[in-house]
Each structure stands twice: as C-alpha cells, then as structure tokens.
Design a protein around this ligand. Structure first.
Ligand code: GLP
Length: 235
C-alpha cells in the first residue's frame, strides 16, 4: 500500500483529485464511488474541475435498505447533492434500497460489476475498520450482499439523521470480494477517530476483525490519511 500523509482533509481531497485525474487520463472509465463525510473534499474538487465524466460509468458501494432514492438520507440523494448535479456520468449506478426482491437486487448489482469492472474504487473507512458496509467478521471473498449494520455503525451514522431510531438497520453493500476486483483502490481517512482503524488496516494482521486489512492483499492501493488518522502508524 502506498500511504500519503496530508495535513488535513482539504489537502487530502486535492491529492485524491489528482488520482482521479490521472486515472481518467489513462483511460479508466468505471469509477467506484463512496459516501460518508470522508470523500466530500474530493467531490468538491471533482465538481469544480473541468474533468469530463460524460463517457464514464460510476458504481456506488452501498445503499441503505428501506429508503427510497428520493429520501434525503439515501446515498442516492447524497451523490446527487455532492457530485452528480455538478458532474454527469454516462450512467450512475447505486443499489436500489427500495427493491422489493432483495436477491434479485443483489444479482443485478453483481451483474453490473461484471459488465463494468471498476478501474478506480474510492473508499472511506469506518471506525471499526469497515469498508462499504462490510462490518468486522465479513468474508474477504463476498460479493454484493445484504448487511445488518452493527450498533457502532448505526451510532456513527446517526449524526446524519434526526434521531438514531431513523437510521436504517440494513444495507446493500458490495462485498470485500467485489471491492478487491477493482484495478486500483484509493482509501481516504481523516480525523483521530480513524487512527485505530488505519493502523489495523495497514500494519495489523490480515484479519476479518478489520475488514480494511483485506486491502493488504491488493497490489494497487493508495491510502490518503491526515496526520490525525495516521497518528498510530509505526515506522
Ligand atoms: C459509512 C459508509 C462507508 C464510509 C464509512 C465512514 O457507514 N457506508 O462507505 O466509508 O461509514 O464514514 P465517514 O466517512 O462519514 O466517516
């Protein structure tokens, strides 16, 4: 893993932008996208740039189950608000959190990932080391699946909702096996709450206890972390 340490999320977003710019220039046309607060500075850079994604595909990692796309808390709404209204992709895909048939939705997403292999996958990391919504204990070979969120993730994500009881308990997520298929992976981590997850991901054992440690198996990973998130790394 290549680790780039930056001052803060602003500087990190600028570095991440450069990775997108280079990938696009080199012919990458399928971008795996993420939500949460972490990629926001990257999306600000992408939105303000003249990069042209009109011939590119975007595929998001995950979506809450039980929310309509139009729900302001959905990841559909997040992507629209933070990126897609500024940058149009040829096609943008997210799991359908309102799908009636869960198994059919999982199959649809896996087929999309076969049709559009991800060239560059953007990731954040949860405080417990989750990537996408793959919580500790997830198999490293799993494809798209339905996930029961852990209590710690529900608590962490409750800051985006009026009340913790409004946070959905389930989500669709690409699996770790799906994520590892990407040609290149870019993970961003900012703030002291991510420090334990960052050291476990990079210098801890390869273990399902830290889902992000699976990235140690991937040949082309860039981690951009700010000083606070990188504070526990030992050199
Ligand atoms: C959420 C998302 C992840 C994200 C993580 C960290 O649960 N499903 O994709 O990386 O939590 O969120 P944040 O960036 O807001 O800290």
């Amino acid at each position: 893993m290549k680790v780039i340490i930056v001052k803060d999320a602003q500087e990190g977003g600028k570095k991440a932008f450069k990775v997108f710019q280079k990938a696009l220039k080199n012919g990458t046309n399928v971008f795996g996208l993420a939500t949460g607060s972490t990629p926001l500075t990257t999306y600000v850079q992408l939105a303000a740039s003249d990069l042209d994604f009109s011939e590119s595909i975007s595929i998001n990692l995950d979506e809450y189950i039980g929310l309509q796309a139009a729900d302001p808390q959905s990841y559909h709404a997040y992507m629209q608000k933070n990126l897609f209204r500024f940058k149009k992709f040829k096609h943008s895909f997210l799991p359908n959190g309102a799908a009636k048939d869960v198994q059919a939705e999982i199959k649809r997403y896996d087929q999309l990932l076969v049709k559009y292999p991800v060239g560059l996958q953007l990731l954040g990391i949860g405080q417990n080391g989750h990537i996408g919504f793959n919580e500790p204990g997830s198999s490293f070979t799993e494809k798209t699946h339905k996930v029961a969120l852990t209590e710690s993730t529900i608590q962490a994500n409750s800051r985006f909702f009026d009340n913790v009881v409004d946070v959905p308990r389930f989500a669709f997520s690409m699996g770790i096996g799906s994520i590892l298929q990407a040609k290149q992976i870019l993970l961003e981590a900012y703030g002291p709450k991510k420090a334990a997850a960052v050291v476990a991901m990079i210098q801890g054992p390869l273990s399902e206890a830290c889902p992000a440690s699976a990235l140690q198996q991937h040949p082309n990973v860039i981690v951009i972390a700010d000083v606070a998130a990188a504070a526990k790394l030992k050199y």
